[in-house]
Design a protein around this ligand. Structure first.
Ligand code: NAD
Length: 511
């Protein structure tokens, strides 16, 4: 039996190196010290972008520009209608530029081109949805406080927002934050990951073309230190919204505490799909394979654990192994590819380390378990890997491996399945497969996760809140709840008529 489906490299002509600059106060600029950094494509081994390397000066200039733009009201005091008009223009521009952005994203991240296209075109809908919120946002009125009182609760933009994003879905995650912040009337400074900076620069180009006023969205390219850390500590920033690792999320929380700025965090996950014997097992196996290998498993929502009922465990694993063999991996520019390259050599080693340690600790290798040299492309690839006989205390069952690696645990009762699902410091997502609605509902209620899927995996909509419990984060993104994160709430209390009783009782004047 063939072990895996490896596609040969396609002879695609790579675009010329993308040159990225900062966008500060409406002006594209290099760094004052002219420093740059390069990104080598993990799949093709050549330099695919060169970016200005920001430092303290660029970051301060960007924060100052955002502060000024906010305080002058050039965006924050415009009507919802005007903001929505710009956001809708951006959505249309994204759709007109899907291919260009997707190719660059694939070259920098190593993800398959079909997944990059889906990410970019799907992001347009987030902008459209956010535009609808810009027009419909409102507070409350209280007309029941007494005859002489009227109360209003106003919603206002929180102010200057730092947006810090990771490398795994650079365009999508930016679009989970930026249009919502803009819809609320905030101004922003964005720092994309140093690994995948270019699609954020391309977004900046679209914002300028759409007519967003200068200073409303500023982009600084560079590294966690000093750019990300200054964005988390600067006194003129009112909020930081961060997506990335739990380790860095904790650092940002500490850094932001000095000025008590609001912090919203979308962090890691160790998400489980639970499979009951009465489930549609064909469908479940397909979703398990999708959940494990989508975006090369480098996905906060990856279902890196499956928890299978003992009675069906061996036959279900056989089914998943057979499907995994059919998943095609290879050149990310090939539209047939489903699993591409691992983002960096270090990360490839880290994944391999988890797998080797698990095998040494007694896990059984059902498939894969090695890095792989794809003919014509090099060795930054990892085979789709399945490990059974995994116990809940093994690091591979607890840590976010962030690669195409699936671990199998087993259960006998619903209580046991829920306990295993929740036996993690993370709480991002969880899934259950059963034809019994009571099983599904009980699981959904008791799973400690920001999203629970029943008989499906990883479907998401702009209308629904997204985020994690426990160490998967704080706050929510997208949907109305995500939008509210960018809003302050102010109560206005108004007396109607001259009815106020004086607090100081003045003595009657003597005649
Ligand atoms: P990372 O934490 O290493 O980096 C994320 C961003 O933070 C980058 O832009 C980086 O430059 C910046 N950064 C690094 N140190 C910083 C500091 N001290 N202060 C401020 N900024 C700093 O994460 P990554 O490796 O780019 O992304 C992978 C991680 O992201 C995984 O853990 C994954 O689960 C998580 N993730 C979570 C979600 C979610 O929505 N929950 C979505 C995607 C990715």
């Amino acid at each position: 039996m063939k072990d895996l489906t490896i596609l040969p490299a396609i002879a695609a002509e790579l675009p010329k190196i993308f040159e990225g600059r900062h966008l500060i106060d409406g002006v594209w600029s290099a760094s004052v010290d002219a420093q740059t950094f390069e990104r080598v494509s993990p799949s093709h081994g050549v330099v695919v972008s060169r970016s200005a390397k920001g430092g303290v000066r660029e970051c301060e200039a960007a924060i100052n520009a955002a502060r000024r733009a906010f305080d002058t009201g050039v965006w924050s005091r415009t009507s919802g209608k005007d903001r929505a008009t710009v956001l809708l223009r951006v959505a249309a521009l994204i759709e007109a530029n899907v291919d260009r952005i997707a190719v660059q994203e694939t070259l920098e991240s190593g993800k398959p081109i079909t997944q990059s296209r889906g990410e970019v075109s799907g992001a347009a809908d987030l902008w459209r949805y956010a535009a609808s919120l810009a027009r419909t946002m409102h507070g409350d009125s209280h007309n029941t406080l007494g005859d002489d009182m009227l109360g209003m609760v106003l919603k206002e933009p929180i102010g200057v927002v730092s947006i810090i994003t990771p490398w795994n879905f650079p365009f999508w995650i930016l679009s989970q934050k930026l249009p919502f912040a803009l819809a609320a009337g905030c101004t922003v400074v964005v720092k994309p990951s140093e690994v995948t900076p270019s699609s954020t620069v391309m977004m900046g180009e679209l914002l300028v073309e759409a007519g967003l006023p200068a200073g409303v969205c500023n982009i600084v390219l560079g590294f966690g230190a000093p750019v990300g850390s200054l964005m988390s500590t600067h006194k003129d920033v009112d909020m930081v919204t961060f997506t990335g690792s739990t380790v860095v999320g904790k650092k940002i929380t500490q850094a932001a505490s000095g000025t008590l700025k609001k912090v919203a965090l979308e962090l890691g996950g160790k998400n489980a799909q639970v499979i009951f014997p009465d489930a549609d097992l064909e469908d479940a196996a397909d979703a398990v394979v999708f959940g494990a290998y989508f975006n090369v498993g480098q996905c906060c929502n990856a279902s890196s654990r499956i928890i299978v009922h003992e009675d069906i465990a061996s036959s279900f694993v056989e089914r998943v192994v057979a499907l995994s063999r059919a998943v095609s991996f290879g050149d990310p520019l090939d539209p047939e590819t489903q699993v591409g390259a691992i983002v960096t050599p270090d990360h490839n080693d880290k994944i391999d380390g988890y797998v080797k340690d698990a095998i040494a600790a007694g896990a059984r290798l059902e498939l894969g378990g090695h890095t792989l040299d794809v003919p014509g492309l090099g060795d930054q690839f990892y085979q789709p890997t399945i490990l059974s006989n995994v116990s809940p205390d093994m690091p591979i069952a607890r840590a976010e491996v962030f690669g195409p690696v699936l671990t199998v645990l087993t259960f006998r009762t619903l209580d046991e399945a829920i306990a295993l699902t929740n036996d993690t410091s993370y709480g991002l997502s969880a899934g259950v497969w059963s034809e019994n609605v009571h099983t599904c509902l009980e699981f959904a209620r008791r799973a400690e996760a920001g999203t629970v899927w029943t008989n499906t995996w990883m479907d998401g909509y702009p209308e629904l809140a997204f985020g994690g419990m426990k160490q998967s984060g704080q706050g929510r993104e997208i949907g109305r709840y995500g939008f509210d994160e960018f809003l302050e709430v102010k109560s206005v209390v108004m007396r109607v008529g001259r009815t106020r009783a004086p607090w100081v009782k003045t003595r009657e004047k003597s005649v």
